[in-house]
Design a protein. Structure first.
Length: 415
């Protein structure tokens, strides 16, 4: 019968105990591997012992051994796991970095930085930081991965009973081109559903669901694109615009590295975390990391629009000229993240609304600093339950009317 902060504290306590036991298990695997005690029963490796004893699959046993080795080296990460400051999903990100030899050699030097991001940020933001770290630590690997994604691009379709299935895989930049076309059609489908709901329910429309889900609208948008192309088989001359988000420092660095004699110099600088814990970056609008080489080529040929932002992502300020976030004002807010900021929601779709952090009625400004992307449900819940919101360098924080924070994240001391 716990409520509010007391209920959350109860679940956090359980998570801490699970994390402590996970760290203890990892320490036992490490010590067993070091002294080779598993050989007593004829096992050849620690992984074989873990797989047999836990009745696990090969990938699961491999993961547990890699996690044990990683925690034995990154002691601060092990401590954060044992105290519940981070959970299994954050550990999986660290293990993924550890599995890359080029990243592994740099992890001890950036342990505090990455761990601070893991503790302070919500999971999808930490994954973005990890992806940028991986791109910097293993630029050659990132370039090879991009080339592989181009060479191995493929699409296939089949009919299974009453179902039709279409699967496509390829490089992120080409995918961004297709995504922008798809997003435009999804926006049209969304506006159609919204207009139909408004016509049916009038002023009470916001309290009723749309007739189609976002996934259904996506399918219908793809169908519309295909139907438009049905009348011709000629290649289109139109090139959809691709936007790359980066910083002035990263653009200059990408060009320098492209033309220098020694592009493979060691990775030493993740960017200044003082202004923002997020690393210097270059990525598509969907968040897919882009290598320095691809950024430099895009800048040289001018075929891809580059959006240069400062570390805080500030672009415009419209003051109180308008109450609603529209056009450039809306894009400026989405530039810092197109997901719903609601605790545990983080959905991303074309129906995302932009709400004021400090309300318009309380003289809140209609500018990027006071804008917050939210889905319709979280936006209504925020106002009906009178939640307050604050944003700092660590992300979004929601508070109940009694002042307690919803789903708080632990503080992290880099020392």
């Amino acid at each position: 019968m716990l409520r509010g902060a007391a209920r959350d504290a109860g679940l956090k306590q359980i998570d801490r105990e699970i994390g402590r036991l996970t760290a203890v298990r990892a320490a036992m695997i490490t010590r067993t591997e070091r002294c080779q005690a598993y050989a007593d029963d004829g096992y050849q490796t620690a992984q074989q012992w873990v797989r047999a004893t836990g009745n696990m699959s090969y990938p699961s046993s491999q993961y547990h051994v890699q996690m044990a080795r990683m925690l034995a080296t990154l002691t601060k990460v092990a401590e954060a796991l044992s105290t519940g400051s981070i959970g299994p999903d954050q550990i999986r990100v660290f293990v993924d970095l550890w599995a890359n030899p080029r990243c592994r050699e740099h992890l001890p030097g950036f342990e505090s930085f990455l761990l601070g991001c893991a503790v302070r940020f919500v999971l999808h933001e930490f994954k973005e930081v990890a992806a940028r770290f991986k791109l910097g630590a293993d630029p050659d690997g990132a370039h090879r991965e991009h080339e592989q994604s181009v060479k191995q691009r493929h699409a296939q379709y089949d009919t299974v009973g009453a179902w039709f299935r279409l699967i496509m895989e390829g490089d992120a930049v080409s995918g961004e081109m297709m995504k922008r076309v798809l997003d435009a059609h999804m926006e049209a489908e969304y506006l159609t559903d919204e207009a139909a709901r408004k016509e049916e329910f009038g002023d009470d429309a916001a309290n009723h669901p749309l007739v189609r889900t976002n996934l259904q609208r996506m399918f219908d948008a793809v169908k519309t694109i295909f139907m438009k192309a049905a009348a011709t088989t000629e290649t289109t001359k139109q090139k959809p615009l691709v936007v790359l988000f980066t910083t002035p420092e990263d653009l200059a660095e990408a060009l320098r590295r492209y033309f220098e004699d020694d592009p493979g110099r060691p990775f030493t600088d993740p960017g200044d975390p003082a202004l923002s814990m997020r690393m210097r970056m270059c990525e598509t609008q969907s968040g897919a990391p882009v290598s320095d080489r691809d950024l430099a080529i895009a800048a040289i040929h001018g075929s891809i629009q580059r959006v240069i932002i400062d570390p805080q992502g500030h672009a415009i300020n419209l003051g109180r000229k308008t109450r609603l976030f529209r056009g450039a004002a809306r894009e400026a807010v989405l530039l810092t993240g197109g997901r719903c900021t609601g605790p545990g929601c983080h959905t991303r779709h074309n129906g995302i609304q932009i709400d004021h952090i400090r309300s318009w009625e309380l003289f809140g400004q209609t500018d990027q600093d006071n804008g917050e992307p939210m889905c319709g449900h979280c936006n209504r819940e925020k106002h009906s339950r009178k939640f307050s919101v604050k944003r700092d360098q660590n992300g979004w924080h929601f508070y109940r009317p009694d002042g307690t924070e919803i789903a708080p994240r632990d503080e992290w001391n880099d020392d």
